[in-house]
Design a protein around this ligand. Structure first.
Ligand code: URA
Length: 196
């Protein structure tokens, strides 16, 4: 199966999902599942946490306030948004934007795993601690796990099913909405990405 067919199959399966509170919440509110956006040939994937309200209403990841910060960070290192792939671990919006539950991460992560295997990125940039913890464990880096305050901006050599992958944990862009010093830190960490 081509990667395009696989990505489409993943989307159809998430849309058809009957399990869990979040798919019910999506259907009740006429929300969209948010699968991801960008180039399937990208060498870099950005992985956030879960869609917020804007994302659930449009079906696009990072299109609200956090998305504007992400756009600014990408622009600061001259990486066009259309050339990367942006997604989340959890594909449906949690009510009140609460943190995803471990059971929800467990339900949606296999879809993310398949997206990663289809795209075969060289670099995975995680946005926030949920995706950092999930991806570092997944890529054989459990022994390197440390708080995001220490891990952010470091480059870890991970192992994906298809081969080596660099993992770069980043703070979640939403954390920088009202925090200029954290935005400066993110800008510096994006330079690391640019250099990779
Ligand atoms: N926050 C996320 O983690 N993902 C989005 O898509 C939007 C906000």
């Amino acid at each position: 199966m081509s990667k395009y067919d696989e990505m489409k199959k993943i989307r159809d399966e998430v849309i058809a999902l009957e399990e869990g509170e979040l798919s019910k919440f999506r259907k009740e509110n006429n929300y969209h599942a948010v699968l991801g956006e960008g180039s399937h040939d990208s060498k870099i994937m950005f992985i956030g946490e879960a869609p917020g309200k804007n994302e659930a209403m449009t079906g696009r990841p990072f299109c609200g306030a956090a998305g504007r910060i992400l756009d600014e960070l990408l622009a600061s290192v001259e990486i066009p948004r259309t050339e990367v792939y942006i997604t989340n671990i959890v594909k449906d919006r949690p009510p009140e934007n609460r943190d995803p539950l471990p059971s929800e991460i467990e339900l949606y992560a296999p879809f993310l795993d398949r997206q990663i295997d289809a795209i075969e990125p060289k670099v995975i940039a995680t946005l926030g601690r949920f995706s950092m913890e999930y991806i570092m464990r997944k890529m054989g880096l459990s022994f390197e796990l440390e708080p995001i305050s220490r891990a952010h901006g470091k480059v870890y050599d991970g192992k994906a099913g298809f081969g080596p992958v660099k993992v770069v944990p980043l703070y979640h862009p939403a954390a920088a909405i009202y925090n200029q010093s954290l935005k400066d830190t993110l800008k510096k960490d994006f330079q690391t990405l640019r250099n990779l």
